[in-house]
Design a protein around this ligand. Structure first.
Ligand SMILES: [Ca+2]
Length: 163
């Protein structure tokens, strides 16, 4: 029953808040983005992200390119609030010509992935983010610091871990 409530609330959220749908076979994805069209950038603020034709092996035709500067975060998006407590895992493919970081957080907690190296790698958060119902989830992307750094991101997924 609890599972049905989660699915129902997620479906409602997807219908009202974003156009992304879970890939077939993984109904536990809270959010996914393959950055295959301009529409896929519309979840993020400010609207400075651009699509790149650099992609990982399973990354389709394009990825998200983020060029940083001294004002952080360089891009962010918000999800929720949702009606259920959840444990969330952050996963993506990325590369950076210096260092980038992607944070998933609530007001109470955060998890992060540090992207280093100019070869595409798959990253997965070592710990889970404990989400409490009613909170806003925020995903932020930082690419470098004072020096602009190029970071590429693809196959971004936020998964609900139910075990
Ligand atoms: Ca892609």
């Amino acid at each position: 029953m609890k599972y049905l409530v989660i699915v129902a609330s997620l479906l409602l959220t997807f219908m009202t808040a974003c156009t992304k749908t879970s890939p077939a076979g993984n109904e536990n994805l809270l959010y996914s983005n393959g950055f295959e069209s301009e529409d896929d950038l519309m979840d993020f603020y400010p609207y400075i992200g651009i699509l790149s034709d650099k992609t990982p092996k399973d990354g389709g035709d394009s990825s998200l390119y983020v060029c940083g500067g001294c004002i952080v975060p360089h891009m962010y998006m918000e999800l929720g609030p949702f009606d259920e407590d959840m444990s969330l895992l952050l996963r993506l493919s990325a590369k950076s010509d210096y260092q980038g970081s992607i944070h998933l957080r609530t007001d109470q907690e955060r998890i992060e992935l540090i992207v280093e190296g100019d070869d595409w790698k798959n990253y997965e958060s070592e710990s889970l983010l404990d989400y409490t119902s009613g909170e806003i989830l925020k995903l932020t992307i930082v690419s470098g610091g004072f020096v602009p750094v190029s970071t590429y991101i693809d196959n971004l997924e936020i998964e609900i871990i139910t075990d």
